[in-house]
Design a protein around this ligand. Structure first.
Ligand SMILES: [Zn+2]
Length: 288
């Protein structure tokens, strides 16, 4: 199906395309901040914690959590509002958490990198959607140790559908196998670790997240993704240990899987080459 030709994205000048996608990333990331704050509240209410504020993703309108002053539209401009407001609520001067501008900045940067990697076409938009969903999962997991099924499972189906409709049948096979092996590999690791040590090293959310990554990047990509995730996890553990902030408590693994996946998504073959996996991906016919 050649939707690309129909949508005529290829007629856009590169600079305009990069600017458009970056702006789109910033705006969507601004909404992502709402999801990151509200989705865990919605889930915990569903699980029976009644003493939480009743919210949905669209209701009530954005307001300061401290003084309840509603935000005006110019308070919702990504990054700019935070800078203009000097990082504090306009009426009660309570500090706006640094997470808000950081998520927006990350969303914008991811968008720019994805647009640069995939060019002016439909793939850029679709992989941006994938990357931003991963951003939501990484931040929610690092704050609440949850990887909501409401995001991970649709992401698995979306990846499979995308490759089924738009990719070669070889890529679809790899995606299907990737979803299966992504889930089963961590599931097996979980049980081996549990039987050996009696402890749980990760959660079921991690299996579903790696299934989604497999569904998008294909089975051969699972090895470089897990390698990059382990490097990222070790680095963070090392930094926490050096700062004496870590006493051996479980650290969420989801954010590291996300980092590994995004690095491979944007870096592609070159990153795989740095990891010494270029020939592995060549043998398996990984064409990404
Ligand atoms: Zn306020």
């Amino acid at each position: 199906m050649n939707l690309d030709l129909y949508l005529s994205f290829h007629l856009w000048p590169t600079g305009l395309w990069l600017a458009f996608i970056t702006l789109l990333g910033l705006v969507v990331a601004s909404f992502i901040n709402v999801v990151i704050y509200r989705l865990p509240l919605i889930l915990r209410r569903e699980w029976g914690e009644a003493d939480l504020p009743e919210v949905s993703l669209s209701w009530p309108a954005s307001h300061c959590p401290s003084c309840k002053t509603p935000l005006r539209w110019w308070h919702n401009l990504p990054l700019i509002s935070w800078l203009v407001l000097k990082g504090a609520c306009v009426s009660c001067k309570v500090k706006i958490p640094l997470r808000y501008p950081l998520v927006e900045l990350t969303g914008g940067l991811l968008a720019l990198l994805v647009a640069w990697r995939f060019g002016a076409n439909l793939s850029s938009l679709v992989y941006l959607g994938f990357a931003l969903s991963l951003l939501v999962l990484a931040v929610i997991d690092s704050q609440t140790q949850l990887l909501p099924d409401k995001i991970t499972l649709p992401l698995v189906w979306a990846g499979l559908t995308w490759h089924w409709v738009f990719s070669s049948s070889n890529m679809f096979d790899q995606a299907f196998l990737g979803a299966l092996l992504g889930y089963l590999s961590l599931w097996s690791l979980f049980w081996v670790f549990k039987l050996l040590t009696g402890r749980e090293g990760m959660g079921y959310g991690d299996f579903k997240l790696l299934a989604a990554i497999g569904a998008w990047l294909g089975a051969p990509a699972l090895i470089p993704v897990v390698m990059l995730a382990s490097i990222s996890g070790l680095l963070v553990a090392l930094v926490l240990k050096l700062n004496a902030q870590w006493q051996g408590q479980a650290l969420p693994f989801g954010p590291h899987l996300v980092v590994g996946c995004l690095v491979l998504l944007i870096g592609g073959q070159e990153v795989a080459g740095l990891l010494g996996l270029a020939s592995w991906l060549e043998i398996t016919g990984w064409a990404f």
